[in-house]
Design a binder for this molecule. Structure first.
Ligand code: NAI
Ligand code: BGC
Length: 256
């Protein structure tokens, strides 16, 4: 098993990529804190925990808004209290909403940056303190191909993921002497709730598929496998970089 005995925290883990990663981590022997955002997601988070370990020993759900400093501090403290430490953090929580830049309300800009970038910072700062004391740890940030592919209508989202690229590179340098790795995963188009607006529209779905050399959306489990590998000792010479898992989308198949 890749992650036997590892104590892990995955944000936004009640759905999509976070859920698949939590279940994969559990199958690889890890203990998992399944973070969820709000009350309506509690049943889904509980179901993820039950899938990991019906006895409840190796999994628990914790409600927190990753953009709220106090809630993040409480969540990391709960992981350390429950598991005795934290070895792996996956900053997965993220949001997006298509709006033309010139029409974008400041509230929406702030909400996306707060969740996608500030949330990752707060979680890695708090978890990183414990990892530094243990001189060991891995932080995986869920970035996107939009850390380097511009996407009209998603300036806030691209800014947040572009920000994650240099956050990760900088943190990787800063924390390497403390035995901590920091890596990004950049998925392409994956079939999860964040993409409902495309998946429910056959024409839009087809347009996206044409942008992907492998000709299909990825599955959340295909991202989970990459995260599990990076978080494990198999990935222990990988830090400060981005692993792209996108079916070839970033080869720009439509470019002639
Ligand atoms: P999703 O919508 O299923 O998952 C996002 C999760 O983040 C949800 O569970 C949501 O409740 C949670 N969340 C939102 N705001 C939060 C907050 N303030 N605090 C805690 N949790 C919060 O969608 P998906 O696709 O699984 O997204 C996961 C990550 O993957 C996101 O960071 C997204 O940007 C990234 N991603 C997704 C791609 C895709 O095509 N599905 C491609 C590239 C990146
Ligand atoms: C977005 C998805 C999109 C994918 C490829 C991701 O970052 O969350 O909505 O399909 O990038 O464009």
């Amino acid at each position: 098993m890749l992650l036997d005995g590892r104590r892990t925290l995955i944000t936004g883990a009640s759905s999509g990529i976070g859920k698949a990663t939590a279940i994969r981590f559990g199958a690889e022997g890890a203990s998992v804190c399944v973070n969820y955002y709000a009350d309506p997601e509690k049943p889904d988070a509980d179901a993820v925990c039950a899938a990991i370990d019906p006895s409840g020993k190796r999994a628990f759900a914790f409600q927190a808004d990753v953009g709220d400093e106090q809630q993040v501090t409480a969540m990391v403290a709960a992981v350390v209290e429950r598991f005795g430490g934290i070895d792996v953090l996956v900053n997965n929580a993220g949001i997006e909403k298509q709006v033309a830049t010139l029409e974008m309300p400041l509230d929406l800009w702030n909400a996306v940056l707060r969740t996608n970038l500030t949330g990752a910072f707060l979680c890695l700062r708090e978890a990183g303190k414990h990892m530094a004391a243990a001189k060991s740890g891995v932080i995986v940030n869920m970035s996107s191909v939009h850390e380097f592919i511009p996407w009209p209508g998603f300036a806030h989202y691209c800014a947040s993921k572009g920000g994650l690229k240099l956050l990760t590179q900088t943190v990787a340098r800063e924390l390497a002497p403390l035995g901590i790795r920091c890596v990004n995963v950049a998925p392409g188009a994956i079939a999860t709730p964040i993409n409902t607006f495309v998946l429910d529209d056959p024409e839009a779905k087809h347009t996206v598929e044409e942008e992907i050399p492998l000709g299909r959306f990825g599955q959340p489990e295909e991202i989970a496998g990459a995260v599990a590998w990076l978080a494990s000792d198999q990935g222990d010479y990988v830090t400060g970089t981005t692993l792209v898992v996108d079916g070839g989308m970033s080869t720009y198949p439509k470019f002639i």
